[in-house]
Design a protein around this ligand. Sequence first.
Ligand SMILES: [Zn+2]
Length: 217
Amino acid sequence: MVAKSALRSRKRFGGSLQKYFLLDVAWTETPGRPAFLGSISLLASYWEILADWERVRHADYLLELAASMFPQPGPKPKAFRILHSELSSLASGETPSAAARKAEAAFLAVGGWGPDLGGCRRCGLPPGLLGRKEARAIRFLLSEGRFLCGGCAASGGLSISLGAVRTWKALQSSSPSLLRRLRIPNNILEELQGVIPEYIELHLGKSFRSLGSRKKG
Ligand SMILES: [Zn+2]
């Protein structure tokens, strides 16, 4: 009875509004019988996302990304905390592309996709120890998830600045509170926009509808 009326009301909302709420839903399942809905409570609302189309577009992207990167059933507490934190940030006015890059980098790290930004693939120098010459002309190798410093790279890969490498590395800490505090300068943000989504698309083998018309930076 309760389950039936809940199903009916879900139909009425067309499935589009629940995305912007975090609900705690409890139900019991008995084999061979319909699930019995116990309770629903509202834990958080991301309602302010609806105030702005860019927020909506990016929130949908984060949801699509999380579902694609973590498709297996069962709890994913780390990925879930990142998703919740970045949706909350979007709702409270974070630059949409910053929320997207933060979630992407953190999801990649949590899911074990790297990339390994600890040091140059050839000479091993970490980003923090690169001299002026090595820091110039860094190339990021999309397929390998590594970078070559300016001293080792001849060609190939994507050009990436030292600032972008260090920012991406910081985002890999994937701690929601650190992600929230981190302010990404606009030029770095634009640069990462041209690299991280490419990396995800290559390694996940799919492109994302929700950001289909994104500008490449
Ligand atoms: Zn090197």
